[in-house]
Design a protein around this ligand. Sequence first.
Ligand SMILES: [Zn+2]
Length: 162
Amino acid sequence: MKVFDLQCSQGHCFEGWFGSEADFADQQARALVDCPLCGDGHVQKMLSAPRLNLGRAKPQETQETHGDDSPARGTASTNEVALASPQTEATQALLHLARELLARTQDVGNRFAEEARKIHYGEAQARPIRGQATPQQTRDLLEEGVQVMPFVLPESLKGPLQ
Ligand SMILES: [Zn+2]
């Protein structure tokens, strides 16, 4: 049994009980469904009822189609994004290099520019060193031909290893 909200051409609303939707369609086609208030045989399912867009509500159908398009357009305008894991291979490789650097260099701290110059000019034993230098000190060293390499230490390696 199916219950449909029906409306006649005069705008009267009423319920109709049918065995099935096909049963309703058949009775409607043969004008066997009429309005209990005015006897009008031109009965349609109400606009608010689902599936009514099969018939006369062409303009509304078009609007509904546009409405359905909107989410699709929104989807098309978005991009695939991925949140990078902090433990990617690249990060692991960088950490490995940083550990190697730390293991193979002597930390001279903020005396780096001074020590680098001494080594460069043969005033101190040649050895790999690391330390802190200001951008200006780094530029000066490079202009003097001292091969220094600025690098950023990963946060996780700062502290205990230094
Ligand atoms: Zn009626």
